[in-house]
Design a protein around this ligand. Structure first.
Ligand code: NCD
Length: 337
């Protein structure tokens, strides 16, 4: 695809070679994310960041990625702090904000809203999550992480076995990840969820049409026994009618160190888009896994910087200039990545 000036709204806009290109550029961002070098390639550029739903990682890593390339960030969070609370339309907001920004990252609770916003925007818009629909940059950083974690364990990506666990109905990260896996061959996918929270049928169907081996299950232990990756997800309580309804499912599939030891193959990688719900009644990923070296959740979050830097460099067409605007840094940088 032509990246320069393009919106990033859905994983479905990518070909496999586009994904490879993003990953190659993400690899080149490591010294900048590690603060070994700094680049000012986006000096003067402005990222407009509009997050209408709670966000820690996505919002801050989009902002930090832009800062690490030398650009500045202007942001709004929540509806109350914007004129949408006064009745302004997405169209008007997009027309206005795109006059102040070079690129916009946006999250909104309604499916399709980011595309609607993008249609009115004069600058590229990146979907940071639209309701339960899609979260393309998360899927990219997830696959980037899967790729590096399986390689580190000497396993081929071409025979990937992955279990996705939890709220597969409303979880936009797993929706986008499945669509991304459709660009690859021969993946074994186990979809573990309560009956009411199954992966949407059209996504399951498209995995099968690609030729992937797909199994749906309601039993955690046997489903995680023969996979390379366990990808756990949070019950998306904000998409339910009530907390009581979400409570029916919270805590149904809990992975902890004991279950891991008894049921997983050695070195099975544990992932989660985060946040994990660490409250007593939930705990889909127990904190007793924190010292397990196969817990990749924080490496996964770190990789968000690399992938988002790569996306900005591609969309703003500065890939070849990143290193020419760079220099070494002198401050203390130990402990990152
Ligand atoms: C996810 C999201 O917002 O969809 N978080 C994230 O962006 N890393 C997952 C979640 O909220 O459960």
């Amino acid at each position: 695809m032509q990246f320069a000036g393009s919106h990033i709204l859905s994983i479905q806009q990518f070909e496999r070679e586009d994904v490879e290109q993003i990953f190659t550029i993400a690899d080149r961002m490591v010294p900048y994310a590690r603060r070994e070098r700094i680049t000012r390639v986006l000096d003067g550029a402005i990222l407009g960041s509009m997050f209408f739903e709670p966000s820690t990682r996505t919002r801050v890593s989009f902002g930090s990625a832009f800062n690490l390339l030398g650009g500045e960030v202007r942001e709004t969070t929540g509806f109350e702090s914007t004129a949408i609370a006064k009745g302004e339309s997405l169209y008007d907001t997009a027309r206005v904000l795109s006059g102040y920004s070079d690129v916009i990252a946006m999250r909104h609770p309604k499916e399709g809203s980011v595309a609607e916003f993008a249609a009115a925007s004069r600058v590229p818009v990146i979907n940071g999550g639209d309701g339960s629909n899609e979260h393309p940059s998360q899927a990219l950083l997830d696959l980037y992480t899967i790729r590096s974690e399986v390689a580190a364990r000497g396993r081929p990506l071409s025979q990937l076995r992955i279990a996705m666990v939890g709220d597969l109905r409303f979880g936009r990260t797993v929706h986008s990840l499945c669509k991304l896996l459709n660009l690859f061959d021969g993946v074994q996918v186990v979809l573990v969820s309560p009956e009411a929270l199954r992966m949407p049928a059209d996504i399951v169907e498209s995995l099968r049409e690609t030729g992937h081996d797909v199994l749906e299950s309601e039993r955690l232990e046997e489903s995680i026994a023969h996979v390379d990756i366990v990808y756990s997800t949070r019950i998306q309580e904000e998409r339910f009618n009530s907390q009581e309804e979400a409570d029916l499912y919270r805590g149904r599939f809990r992975l902890n160190q004991s279950i891991y030891t008894h049921h997983c193959e050695p070195n099975t990688v544990i992932m989660h888009p985060l946040p994990r719900d660490s409250r007593e009644h939930a705990r889909e990923l127990d904190e007793d896994l924190n010292d397990n070296p196969n817990l990749a959740i924080f490496r996964q979050a770190d990789n968000g910087l690399l992938v988002r830097m790569a996306l900005f460099a591609l969309i703003l067409d500065v890939v070849d200039q990143v290193d020419t605007h760079a220099r070494d840094v002198g401050w203390y940088t130990a402990g990152r990545f």
